[in-house]
Design a protein around this ligand. Structure first.
Ligand code: 5GP
Ligand code: ZN
Length: 140
């Protein structure tokens, strides 16, 4: 069985499990993190399965990076955070829990304590309304 068969992010790409999508192109997909570290936390993934930074093909890495910038600009426009953390983990020891290359975009407010991602599920309606604002900013 291929690595992608049981990969949760590959299942999202194939539409086998739901996600709240923000942006999609030929090589990348962006959706809201279901257990966000802050309001507006989005994940950018490569459509091709690669477990981490060491494995991903250069063209996919470039495409993900360009999408990160595009979506981060839209988040800035839509949600006006004071800052944004862009992070990426490689290997369980580094905190990676989903072994499909992804980049976190985490909006931050001045004085805000660092939240931990992957801990608490967000309200789906809230996630959908944040995603709608980011999608609108992407189109403006
Ligand atoms: P990492 O592997 O970098 O530690 O983080 C994986 C991230 O994926 C976590 O922030 C977690 O909340 C998120 N995540 C895990 N499963 C799902 C899922 O099924 N849907 C969405 N939207 N996010 C997920
Ligand atoms: Zn995958």
């Amino acid at each position: 069985m291929s690595e992608s068969a049981n990969c949760i992010f590959c299942k999202i790409i194939r539409g086998e499990i739901p996600s709240i999508k923000v942006y999609e192109d030929a090589q990348t997909l962006t959706f809201m993190d279901v257990c966000p570290a802050s309001s507006g936390h989005a994940l950018v993934i490569s459509k091709a399965h690669a477990s981490n930074l060491l494995e991903i093909a250069e063209t996919d890495l470039l495409a993900v990076t360009l999408t990160v910038q595009r979506v981060a600009r839209a988040i800035q426009k839509a949600l006006a955070p004071d800052g944004m953390r862009v992070s990426q983990f490689n290997g369980a020891a580094a905190g990676q829990t989903v072994f499909h290359y992804h980049v976190h975009i985490i909006p931050m407010q001045e004085g805000q304590r660092t939240g931990s991602h992957g801990r608490e599920s967000a309200n789906p309606q809230e996630l959908e309304s944040l995603a709608a604002r980011i999608r609108a900013a992407l189109q403006s």
